[in-house]
Design a protein around this ligand. Structure first.
Ligand code: URP
Ligand code: ZN
Ligand code: ZN
Length: 587
């Protein structure tokens, strides 16, 4: 299979009256504001936005009064049916994308992991063949570069030119890590073809030595995993990757930033080198749980939290990383969904370094980010949209087809009910494993409807995903948000906003220049403090930096019948700050 065609014919039996859909009375949340209006969808695309739309008879109507209408989540980091550490991940492209949709994610980007005897092109073809017939939602691919030479250099040029790949991941750890000189050359090649280099940043040599020492001392249990690769080991590699990117003058995307030290290293480098595009991704796992689980008495419980870089035992880490996201010091969230069964994890019963690395997250990412970010008062719904959807679309050149609600965009939409309560549990999730790292987490907010390319795939909470309904999304090089000038970016934004100007006024969008009638209203705003903080955080009261969004730029309030809601509300209900609202955002 060599096609990169975006348009896959939808079988007749999947076409129905659902082709036409009107979502009424909701509040439409984009990364740059909240508008009130209706959305008319036809043939999988948003056709009209506004009030009093004229629509054909027979159109299904969803009343979204009291709900938020947001772009479907884009998970930039999954590993479905991946061969890794002697196992194959349990969630395949069907089960994985079904779980994604159940939680409001409507696009995933998976990683092609080549076998040791395979070319990158062969690995890509193999992934297309396994994913295309199974995916329930649209998907794109990154390609992992696990060895380096002339052959790989030519292959990635071909993958980008002909096969819709605009991102490559390299590893600084594992037995397929690249050396610094190879990293330099890969970054150089990616830059020349307009692709984005992604890096797994951990110091592999240090981990190998630490592991030998720990095992020799008899430390064989899961907690040895984190001891062998602590925060410094992650932060050193983040800094080194940034240093190499600077020499090459290449953009860099650091995947799964898991610690305060690594986030600080990334941010410090960014501050010192503002001309460089350094992007930081963190994970639902890092935001929703922590490394204290490695010390759990039950070996399986501990082993089932193992991923790399590891969760950190510092209980403040999730909150600190969430503040980094709110302040645009980290830029997006993935899941790194990489599930293994208990039997698979048991491969490391006597040696923590043999426990297959990976946890769940694709289903629960939005719940976790909403609960820990929005309900806890750290960010507003627009920033939630940015870090769960829009920024991924921009970086991988899928925007504005994906990642926003605009006329002409794909109808990937969630109708989010902030008044629903859901407790995450392996008993009710849709993964192929019987364990969930977020077990018992009570979340206030859930998707009532999830619309995938115009089809209602979660309908009043009921999952109706369709195998094979998703399409492969070729990603084109030289994404404006990675390689473009400010003018290039402005041109993309102008095109998107134009669709509103026809239907909704900018006033509806809550974007004003600070001179509007509300500009001087009092700010009602409580930034929560870190409870029982044992670490000093530089972020709590730091002055707002350029491009940073905080709650003062929101007019959002959670409305709820829930008696506890007032507490949550007090953190969230805000008015315009003096100086007006910011469109916040991404660089
Ligand atoms: O532990 C992890 N993260 N497993 C998946 C592979 C990777 O490095 O992303
Ligand atoms: Zn990785
Ligand atoms: Zn991963």
């Amino acid at each position: 299979m060599t096609t990169t065609s975006h348009v896959k014919k939808v079988p007749i039996h999947l076409q129905s009256a659902q082709n036409r859909l009107l979502i009424k009375n909701g509040r439409i949340v984009n990364e740059d504001g909240i508008a009130e209006g209706d959305i008319y969808i036809e043939e999988g695309v948003i056709k009209q936005l506004g009030r009093n739309l004229i629509i054909p008879g027979g159109t299904r109507v969803i009343d979204a009064r009291g709900k938020l209408i947001m772009p479907g989540g884009i998970d930039p980091h999954t590993h479905f049916e991946m061969e890794f550490m002697g196992s194959v991940t349990a969630d395949d492209f069907y089960q994985g994308t079904k779980a994604a949709i159940a939680g409001g994610t409507t696009t995933i980007i998976d990683f092609v992991m080549p076998r040791s005897d395979e070319t990158l092109l062969e690995a890509y073809m193999r992934y297309r063949e396994k994913a295309d017939p199974k995916v329930c939602c649209d998907y794109a691919l990154h390609v992992c570069v696990t060895s380096w030479g002339e052959r790989q250099k030519n292959e990635i040029k071909e993958l980008t030119a002909k096969h819709g790949i605009n991102s490559y991941k390299l590893f600084m750890a594992y037995n397929f890590a690249l050396r610094d000189s190879e990293i330099y050359q890969l970054m150089d090649t990616c830059k020349s073809i307009g692709a984005l280099t992604m890096v797994h940043a951990e110091n592999g040599d240090v981990i190998t030595e630490n592991t030998k020492k720990l095992l020799a001392k008899g430390v064989t249990g899961p907690h040895g995993h984190e001891l062998s690769r602590n925060e410094e080991v992650e932060a050193e590699a983040v800094n080194r990757a940034c240093v190499i990117a600077k020499q090459v003058e290449s953009p860099l995307y650091v995947v799964h930033v898991m610690s305060q030290s690594a986030a600080q290293a990334l941010n410090q480098f960014k501050i010192n080198n503002s001309e460089l595009k350094i992007i930081g991704e963190t994970l639902a796992a890092a935001l929703g749980t922590d490394g204290s689980h490695y010390y759990h008495a039950d070996w399986y419980h501990a082993a089932r939290h193992i991923l790399s870089p590891p969760l950190r035992p510092n209980k403040e880490t999730p909150n600190i990383l969430m503040h980094y996201l709110a302040e645009d010091k980290l830029h997006l969230t993935g899941s790194d969904n990489c599930t293994f069964t208990a039997e698979q994890k048991a491969a490391g019963k006597n040696d923590f370094s043999k426990i297959p690395n990976g946890v769940n997250g694709v289903e629960d990412r939005l719940y976790v980010v909403w609960e820990k970010g929005v309900v806890n008062g750290i960010m507003d719904p627009s920033r939630f949209v940015a870090i769960t959807s829009t920024n991924a679309a921009k970086l991988f050149n899928l925007y504005p087809q994906k990642g926003c609600i605009a006329v002409g965009s794909d109808a990937d939409i969630i109708v989010w009910d902030p008044n629903q309560t859901k407790t995450i549990s392996a008993k009710t999730h849709h993964h192929a494993i019987d364990f969930n790292i977020f077990e018992g987490l009570v979340c206030h907010g859930a998707p009532e409807y999830v619309i995938v390319n115009g089809r209602v795939c979660v309908d009043e909470g009921e999952l109706k995903a369709v195998q094979g309904y998703g399409r492969f999304l070729p990603t084109l090089p030289f994404a404006p948000y990675v390689y473009g000038t400010d003018d290039d970016i402005a041109a993309v934004e102008k095109k998107r906003l134009h669709s509103y100007e026809n239907e909704l006024t900018l006033d509806h969008l809550n974007i004003n220049n600070g001179n509007g009638p509300n500009a001087q209203e009092e700010v009602i705003y409580n930034m929560p403090t870190l409870p029982n903080s044992s670490v000093s955080t530089p972020i709590g009261k730091a002055p707002r930096q350029e491009g940073q969004r905080n709650l003062q730029s929101s007019s959002f309030s959670i409305s709820s019948e829930d008696p506890d809601a007032d507490d949550r509300r007090s953190c969230i209900r805000v008015k315009n700050p003096p100086g007006g609202k910011s469109s916040g955002g991404f660089w």
